[in-house]
Design a protein around this ligand. Structure first.
Ligand code: NAD
Length: 501
């Protein structure tokens, strides 16, 4: 990083060092809370992606990482985790400045990141290969090996956490990586690459090319040297990336959009359910793929629940994300703010009622992309606000008649990422969980994560899983080695008795 006229200028991170774009182009990163210029960042395209893939390809081929003793990979990843821990205050402030998410949330989220590197280092260290049953005098051992150079495309809402869910298993398994972070929030990814290098990760193993989806992103997805693409982003981007992966016959993992239901069963404690539903909806200003954006409540309890939710939503402190008292920051961009405003107008036109919020706060906050926590009531399952991902601080309250009706409403969307169930009886919650079409279900909680949790959705919410043992396996492939323990058969010898087994 250098500075020009007092503004930080960041280059790509390729082959262990910072580099400008060949044509010198940069783009701006701004603070969504006040519009201030935070940094200029190199704008990469096919040329920089080509260099990064070359560096990653050379690093993979010479085995400096992929064939390093697993104990050594474990040691370097553990050192990387320790170094991230030491840098957490700096990373949290920078992430909060670019995303707009309150520092108190950012600290809590980033505090979990070192665990992912430690967990996947341990997974690699303890992974055991298999010996399969094999007819005859043969031994078939099955090795799990890394894929090669993998491409990772990340979004702006949780830049470091989402990258970590992909990067930790990819590195632990021995792959080399080219990351294209979101154009809105590339800074912490670049800082992370420096931290990794200083912790001993060999040059060329973790490369970052910054730029836009249509430029650097598309170039990464089209390159035939990539062995897997791993995207977290919008569903439409997922279709484009999966199509390109299909053309190159490579693996693809897509973590895409969601429209999570928060199902409040009649036996739930309504105060806890209201606290859970507001937490589910408004964390990160609703800009999370698992945001609880459809609260399903029994028709007899809707008024009581809404009254509790509105009270809580109105008490949320909106303000400067870097102030530790702030509970709700701005949206990430003008585009997200306009999208939220547009959907609130659509909701009203569809006949839903705004119980609270539904507008931007006035005064000083009008300089940033702030929007008040908004609760819609009188929402029908067919309304667009109940079907589409808004990605802002907006939740909809829908009523159900009985549990079958709740299941039908919960499943009646194109997405299938996450859900939460609120109940006084965990067994009842578990039975209901069996009937939901989604990949992640919390009972009496929401948003909780762990490195061991396989993360991903059903239907239009994506393909494959990140994190957990499944995420690790998705960054490996198998290699079967069949050893003949007997005399080799002479297939064409006269009078030979041969078997095909
Ligand atoms: P996005 O799809 O616009 O961008 C994601 C990444 O893909 C960015 O790096 C972007 O530059 C790149 N990209 C965009 N178009 C591309 C193209 N044509 N080719 C190659 N790369 C391209 O998403 P976003 O706006 O950054 O993030 C918000 C979306 O991410 C929401 O829909 C949200 O639900 C989803 N999301 C999903 C999860 C999950 O775990 N399922 C988590 C967080 C966010």
């Amino acid at each position: 990083m250098t500075t020009l006229d007092g503004i930080a200028v960041y280059g790509h991170f390729i082959g262990g060092r910072e580099r400008a774009s060949a044509d010198g182009r940069t783009f701006e990163v701004r603070n969504p809370a006040n519009g201030a210029l935070v940094a200029r960042v190199a704008e990469g395209g096919a040329a920089e992606i080509g260099l990064a893939i070359e560096a990653a390809g050379a690093a993979f081929a010479d085995g400096r990482w992929s064939r390093l003793a697993v104990s050594e990979r474990h040691r370097i990843l553990s050192r990387f985790a320790d170094a991230i821990e030491a840098a957490l205050p700096e990373l949290a402030t920078l992430e909060s400045t670019c995303v707009g998410r309150p520092l108190r949330e950012m600290r809590a989220q980033l505090g979990r990141i070192p665990e992912f590197y430690r967990y996947f280092a341990a997974v690699a260290r303890t992974a055991e290969d298999a010996v399969t049953p094999f007819e005859g005098p043969y031994l078939n051992y099955v090795r799990r090996v890394p894929l090669g150079v993998v491409g990772q495309l990340t979004p702006w809402n949780h830049p470091l956490l989402i990258l970590t869910k992909k990067l930790a298993p990819a590195l632990a398994a021995g792959n080399t990586v080219v990351v294209k972070p979101s154009e809105f929030t590339p800074l912490t990814t670049l800082v992370l690459a420096q931290i990794a290098r200083d912790a001993g990760l060999p040059d060329g193993v973790f490369n970052v090319v910054t730029g836009f989806g249509a430029g650097a992103g598309a170039a990464l997805c089209s390159d035939k040297r990539i062995r897997k693409l791993d995207l977290t982003g919008g569903t439409e981007t997922g279709r484009v990336v999966a199509k390109l992966a299909g053309e190159n016959l490579i693996r693809v993992t897509c973590e895409l959009g969601g429209k999570a239901p928060v199902i409040v069963l009649p036996d739930a404690d309504l105060d806890r359910a209201a606290a859970g539903a507001t937490f589910a909806a408004f964390i990160a200003s609703g800009q999370t793929c698992v945001a609880g954006t459809r609260v399903l409540v029994h028709e007899s309890q809707a008024d009581a629940l809404v009254e509790r939710m509105v009270r809580r939503a109105r008490a949320i402190r909106i303000g400067d994300p870097l102030d530790l008292q702030t509970q709700l920051g701005p949206l990430v961009s003008q585009g997200q703010l306009e999208r939220t405003e547009r959907y609130v107008e659509i909701g009203k036109a569809e006949g839903a009622k705004v119980a609270c919020g539904g507008r931007r706060p006035a005064g000083e906050l009008a300089q940033g992309f702030f929007y008040e926590p908004t609760i819609f009531t009188g929402v029908l399952p067919s309304m667009r606000i109940a079907q589409d991902e808004i990605f802002g601080p907006v939740t909809c309250v829908l009523t159900y008649r009985d549990v079958d009706d709740a299941v039908r409403i919960a499943n009646d969307v194109e997405f299938g990422l996450a859900a939460s169930i609120w109940t006084g009886d965990a067994a009842r919650g578990m039975k209901l969980a069996e009937r939901l079409e989604c990949g992640i279900i919390w009972i009496n909680d929401h948003h909780r994560i762990d490195p061991a949790l396989p993360w991903g959705g059903m239907k239009d919410s994506g393909i494959g899983r990140e994190a957990g043992l499944e995420g690790y396996r998705e960054y490996t492939t198998t290699k079967s080695v069949i050893v003949n323990l007997d005399e080799p058969v002479d297939w064409y010898a006269t009078n030979a008795v041969v078997r095909l087994s």
